[in-house]
Ligand binder design. Structure first.
Ligand SMILES: [Fe+2]
Length: 307
C-alpha cells in the first residue's frame, strides 16, 4: 500500500527537564520516560538528552511489509545503508543527521471534528448563539503531530533521501528554500531547507481550528511572553493558520489548523511559489530569527547554551 503518516519523533535537547515541562504546557500528555502523547496519535514525542538541540529520530508509518521492502530497495539504489527488521527499516540521512524509521503502523482514525458554524454576510450559521471558540475553557490539546522542518547541510541529497529513498511526494516548491513533502494526505509532513548546520527548525501540531491556535498560543504567552516567535497568520503554501513559539532549547513549535489535504494526487497541481508567498499569505511579517534562528552560529560551533 503506502506510507500514510508520521508516527513519533525523538527530540534531543541539552535541557531535558525544562523542555519536557514546556511540551506538557503546550498540551501534550506526559507519559513514561520523557514521552508525550497527542489526542489522536498516541505517543508522538520523546525528549532525550543531547549536547545540542536536534531531531534525533523521525518515525514514518507504513501499511505493510511490502512498503518496507520498497523503501529498503530504494535506499539501497541511492547508496544509503539501511537496517531492515521484521517491522521497520532504519536509515540515516547524512544532511539532516536524523535517523528515519519507517515502520508498520495503524492509520489515523480521527474523530470527525466539524468546523464551527461561522456567520458571514447573508449566512447566519449560528443564530442566537455565542461563538463556540469563546466558550471553551479547557486547555488546548493537539490532535496529532503534523510536520517537521529540518535544516540540512546537503538539501539536495536530503530531498532525494525523502523523495526517491522513502517515497515522499512533492506538494509545492519554494525555489531557494525547499520542497514541501508529504507521506500522507496532509499537504506536508517534512520540509528540508539548506542550512550551515543540521538542526530542527520546528515541529508542528494539529489543533481543531483557528480558535484553538489562538487559545493555545495565548496561554503559552501568558505564562512567558518571551516564547513568541511568529503568529497569528495564515500560510500561503499549505493554507494553514499558524502560530510559532520557542521551546526552552530553542526549537520552534507550531500550532496549526486547516491545512490543505491532498486525497487524490491527480487532483492536486504542485505550485512554485516565489518571494513572501513562500512564507505566508497574511499575518505579521516573519521575524528574521524565524528564517535564521538566533542560535545557528552557536549550534555550528557546538557552543549552544539554552536560554
Ligand atoms: Fe510549519
Amino acid at each position: 500500500m503506502a506510507l500514510h503518516r508520521l508516527t513519533q519523533i525523538v527530540m534531543g535537547v541539552p535541557n531535558v527537564e525544562q523542555t519536557a515541562a514546556y511540551y506538557a504546557e503546550f498540551g501534550l500528555t506526559p507519559g513514561e520516560n520523557g514521552t508525550f502523547a497527542t489526542v489522536d496519535g498516541g505517543e508522538q514525542l520523546r525528549v532525550v538528552a543531547s549536547d545540542r538541540r536536534r531531531l534525533v529520530q523521525l518515525g514514518v508509518g507504513a501499511d505493510d511489509p511490502d512498503d518496507l521492502d520498497r523503501v529498503a530497495a530504494s535506499l539501497d539504489s541511492l547508496g544509503v545503508p539501511a537496517e531492515r527488521t521484521a517491522g521497520s527499516v532504519r536509515a540515516v540521512d547524512p544532511g539532516t543527521e536524523i535517523t528515519v524509521q519507517v515502520e508498520i503502523a495503524r492509520r489515523y482514525q480521527q474523530e470527525p471534528t466539524p468546523a464551527p458554524g461561522y456567520n458571514s454576510p447573508g449566512v447566519t450559521a449560528r443564530a442566537g448563539q455565542r461563538a463556540p471558540g469563546i466558550l471553551r475553557d479547557q486547555p488546548v490539546r493537539p490532535r496529532k503531530l503534523g510536520h517537521v522542518v529540518l535544516g540540512s547541510t546537503d538539501q539536495q541529497f536530503s530531498q532525494m533521501f525523502f523523495q526517491q529513498g522513502l517515497g515522499f511526494k512533492i506538494s509545492d516548491t519554494v525555489p531557494g528554500l525547499a520542497a514541501f513533502m508529504r507521506c500522507s494526505t496532509d499537504h506536508h509532513n517534512v520540509l528540508v531547507q539548506q542550512a550551515p548546520v543540521a538542526f530542527l527548525h520546528h515541529t508542528s501540531w494539529q489543533v481543531d481550528d483557528v480558535d484553538e491556535v489562538g487559545r493555545g498560543a495565548s496561554a503559552m504567552l501568558a505564562a512567558d511572553p518571551g516564547r513568541h516567535v511568529w503568529g497569528l497568520g495564515r500560510h500561503h503554501v499549505g493554507s494553514n493558520f499558524f502560530w510559532y513559539l520557542r521551546d526552552p532549547a530553542g526549537n520552534f513549535s507550531e500550532y496549526y489548523s486547516d491545512l490543505d489535504c491532498i486525497i487524490d494526487d491527480a487532483l492536486w497541481t504542485p505550485g512554485v511559489w516565489e518571494g513572501a508567498r513562500g512564507l505566508y499569505n497574511w499575518g505579521p511579517p516573519p521575524p528574521p530569527s524565524f528564517v535564521r534562528p538566533d542560535d545557528l552560529a552557536a549550534l555550528m560551533t557546538g557552543a549552544h547554551a539554552p536560554r
